[in-house]
Design a protein around this ligand. Structure first.
Ligand code: NAD
Length: 495
């Protein structure tokens, strides 16, 4: 069985804590590795490595940083399949979906390759007589990222390229459930030629995270995970004086109007609800069927669900893999039970599907006539369960979205441009889809939700990412012509 430790100074650092966490293949239930969980002293050592590298890295020229980022981009491209294989074997998602994750990760790396443009400041000549004003953005120093299990390669790569491109050194604390892909990414980073200490990985649990949150040498933290931990990270980190962005959970609504293209809406609902076994923060977990679209839409979704192939991620036939752990699978099944008991109509019951072996598989579930008081509506289930809520009108549908505590993504399906325009204006979510169920912004926009889906005010990657990983400075400069120099005690005016 493998042992997975930490990555410090471009080499493996074997853990000494004696505390480990099992890494499991969810398709078989077999433990494939033991992961070392860091002590606070080990976190200190990792941060010290990043701190030692910080001065040199921040002084490294834009030209050199750009060349290294391009080399890293080429290595990620060349190793797409291997990254996908590693993450699929520990996460469980099917290989084609894992390949999609790597493709979206590459977008973020490619954006960071443009750092020369991204870090350009502004310049105003003659802002006042003989005075020029210009701005620059400078790195923060040592920064950290704490990432969830559901995108073990993409979410770290939402953070690392931009942070490092801006001149920071980075400490990553990946999810303990699927650490192999982020460890491999760190190896590729070293292979690209980034100096020792620029990217370090410390594996651990809450002990490591809590130590990073208050560590005096960590300037900023980016977090992605569940809402309770996001809130904890934001509150603790900001109280310790750090810059924090903490992205939390979601319950994404897809509003389907009566004039929508039914086939398009049904396909979209199935793909967005059950892809990656529903373990996506941008998964559609609620369909709001407006007016008389409910019956035909539910029938169309149910018909598509019957043919879904559920199996191991490395089987090319599989469309959906297992859930991340046995406990999580049982928890999701418990929600189906609770929904049925509360009076929802169970159109398709995932618990009926029988699977061979000890993998953490669960069939997909479709619940109709769900009401907002049911736990299947109020909670983030994070599994292959789609609930349908019916409303009479668009206004009622929007009231549901508005009242929901989360605001990550939201989508509308309609042929009416006016309705879509009204939706995009009114909806209380950070990422909006118009006939697009999973509106994850491209790498040159920024990703982030509203309400309990994001603590802090800066979204992830893209322009807001560059802003988050740097601090601004404005210089007001005068090189007077010696012939015009004179004594003047008045407050400087812009004339
Ligand atoms: P999680 O909150 O359990 O874990 C996230 C990270 O926090 C992990 O690295 C974990 O080790 C650490 N952690 C866990 N418990 C902790 C504690 N008590 N104190 C300190 N650190 C702790 O999330 P998860 O189960 O890995 O991921 C799924 C969740 O992430 C879902 O809620 C999903 O919606 C959310 N998510 C959100 C986004 C987004 O962009 N908003 C993206 C992906 C996932």
């Amino acid at each position: 069985m493998d042992r997975i430790s930490h990555w410090v100074d471009n080499a493996v650092l074997t853990g000494t804590s004696g505390r480990t966490s099992p890494v499991t293949d969810p398709a078989t239930g077999r433990v494939t590795a033991q992961l070392d969980l860091a002590t606070t002293a080990e976190v200190d050592a990792v941060v010290a490595s990043a701190k030692a590298a910080a001065v040199g890295w921040s002084q490294t020229s834009v030209a050199t940083r750009t060349r290294l980022m391009f080399r890293f981009r080429e290595l990620v491209e060349a190793n797409r399949d291997e990254i996908a294989r590693r993450l699929s074997s520990e996460h469980g998602k099917v290989l084609s979906d894992a390949g999609g994750e790597v493709a979206r990760a590459l977008e973020a790396v490619e954006y960071a390759c443009g750092l020369a443009e991204l870090l350009k400041g502004d310049y105003t000549e003659q802002a006042s007589s003989g005075v020029d004003v210009y701005s620059m953005r400078q790195p923060l120093g040592v920064v950290a990222g704490i990432t969830p299990f559901n995108f073990p390669a993409m979410v770290p790569l939402w953070m690392i390229p931009n942070a490092v491109a801006c001149g920071n050194t980075f400490v990553l604390k990946p999810s303990e459930k699927d650490p192999s892909a982020p460890m491999f990414v760190a190896e590729l980073f070293a292979e690209a030629g980034f100096p020792a200490g620029v990217l370090n990985v410390v594996n651990g649990d809450a002990e490591a995270v809590d130590h990073l949150l208050t560590h005096p040498d960590v300037a900023a933290l980016s977090f992605v995970g569940s809402t309770p931990i996001a809130r904890h990270v934001y509150e603790t980190g900001t109280r310790a004086g750090k810059r924090v962005q903490a992205l939390g959970g979601a319950k994404n609504h897809m509003v389907v109007l009566p004039d929508a293209d039914l086939d398009l809406a049904a396909d979209a609902a199935v793909n967005a609800a059950y892809g990656s076994a529903g373990e996506r923060c941008m998964a559609i977990s609620v369909v709001v069927a407006v007016g008389d679209v409910g019956d035909p839409l539910v029938d169309a979704i149910a018909a598509r669900v019957d043919t879904l192939v559920i199996g191991p991620g490395d089987d090319p036939e599989s469309q959906m893999g297992p859930l991340i752990t046995r406990e999580h699978r049982d928890r999701v099944a418990g929600y189906v039970e609770a929904g049925a008991a509360a009076g929802a109509r169970v159109v398709v019951d995932g618990r009926d599907r029988v699977f061979d072996g000890d993998g953490f598989f669960l069939g997909v579930t479709l619940l109709d006539h769900v009401t907002p008081d049911m736990t299947v509506y109020t909670d983030e289930i994070f599994g292959p369960v789609l609930v349908v809520v019916r409303t009479e009108t668009y206004v009622e549908a929007m009231a549901l979205v508005e009242a929901n505590p989360w605001g990550n993504g939201a989508a509308i399906f309609t042929r009416d441009g006016g309705a879509a325009r009204r939706f995009q204006h009114e909806v209380t979510a950070g990422m909006v889809g118009v006939n697009v169920p999973i509106p994850v912004p491209v790498g040159y926009y920024s990703f982030g939700g509203w309400k309990d889906s994001l603590f802090g005010d800066t979204h992830m990657y893209g322009p807001e990412g560059i802003h988050f990983w740097t601090r601004g400075k404005v210089v007001t400069s005068r090189w007077p012509d010696p012939s015009t120099s004179a004594i003047d005690l008045g407050f400087p005016r812009n004339d």
